[in-house]
Design a protein. Structure first.
Length: 352
């Protein structure tokens, strides 16, 4: 078939190419987070651990190049069709995740999905136009090849949906998955899928005011969830306390809450505690400070930084309640941060 034989065929070809470029532009917009606040929650989610934008960027670059080369290498048009079918299958799942899991719409994501849908419609129309109008006469062999292509594209669409269904998740929901045994930085019900991250700064006045309120519900939290204490050093001096805090979390779990209270009192008197001062502060509770090696301290800091970055925490105190199995999470800050709301979030995250 002569590619330049039909004006309509050429028009459809260039229109599809233009839409691929538009989709690439929208993907870059999403990557740069040039979007409304409604997109923020969607950015928490990953595709098999990768950012959607990264996967989309390479996909659209590849499919755009292949589409324009297909004018010279005709069989590439079918490969492009298969890729678009796969993208449609994935987008169906992404839309369902926004609807039923995130319960919030990302305008840029929906625009990308709409463009991919439009491309799919145009590819189907172009395929039918070429088959019924340009490929005359229609033989039994041509008919069977067309059916095979349609079935192949449908199979790819379904397979892509299934692959996407199992590959879309929130990293923080499984951040603590696999952390078992004694030397792990959490307290409470180790069999629970619910995790509560209490994110504070040792020199944050609001944290000091909220500490007694949260302390009153520690037993209730730990009966239903895993409780993590995460240091977010908004004040640089907090870095001086992180090694001690990590040590007590890992080495003195049974007495940690008492040691934490002792560190809180010590932070009121000095910003640069010495090992001797720390040991004196915790001695009444029968706790002995045991220094961690630098590798353990580094791992602990990375873990805490990962929680802060993943949930995009901007202030302290913040409490995040997450269910790593159900792709659900709630972040509580400011006036919404109350013991009642924390317990309510745990119940909601556990049951929904």
């Amino acid at each position: 078939m002569n590619f330049w034989a039909s004006k309509l065929d050429r028009f459809l070809y260039f229109l599809i190419g233009l839409l691929f470029i538009v989709a690439l532009g929208l993907t870059i917009m999403s990557w740069l987070e040039i979007c409304t606040e409604a997109c923020a929650e969607v950015h928490f989610y990953k595709y098999y651990g990768f950012d959607f934008e990264l996967v989309g960027f390479f996909f659209f670059v590849a499919v755009t190049i292949m589409h324009f080369v297909s004018a010279k290498i005709n069989w590439l048009a079918y490969i492009v069709g298969l890729m678009v079918a796969g993208a449609i299958g994935s987008e169906i799942n992404f839309i369902l995740v926004q609807k039923f899991v995130i319960q919030q719409w990302c305008p840029v994501c929906l625009a990308i999905a709409a463009v991919i849908g439009a491309i799919g419609i145009l590819i189907i129309y172009r395929f039918l136009y070429r088959f019924f109008i340009l490929d005359q006469p229609i033989t039994w062999g041509k008919f069977m090849k067309a059916i095979a292509k349609i079935l192949g594209s449908s199979a790819v669409l379904v397979a892509a949906y299934i692959i996407s269904f199992y590959g879309v998740f929130k990293p923080e929901q499984s951040f603590a998955a696999g952390l078992e045994g004694q030397d792990v930085p959490y307290f409470g019900n180790q069999n629970s899928a619910v995790e509560v991250y209490y994110i504070t700064d040792w020199f944050c006045p609001a944290c000091k005011r909220f500490d007694p309120e949260l302390e009153s519900i520690y037993p209730r939290i730990m009966a239903k969830a895993r409780l993590f204490f995460v240091d977010y050093p908004i004040h640089p001096e907090t870095m001086n306390y992180i090694p001690y805090n990590l040590s007590f979390m890992l080495k003195d779990k049974k007495q940690y809450l008492k040691a934490r209270k002792a560190l809180t009192k010590l932070a009121k008197t000095t910003k640069t505690p010495t090992t001797a001062q720390v040991q004196t502060a915790v001695k009444p509770y029968g706790v002995t400070y045991e220094a961690l090696n630098f590798a353990d301290i580094n791992d602990g800091i990375k873990f805490q930084e990962g929680i802060v970055k993943t949930f995009k925490v901007k202030q302290t105190p913040t409490v995040v309640v997450a269910n790593r199995k159900k792709l659900k999470a709630k972040k509580l800050t400011g006036k919404s941060l109350t013991p009642k709301n924390i317990m309510r979030a745990i119940e909601d995250i556990s049951s929904n």
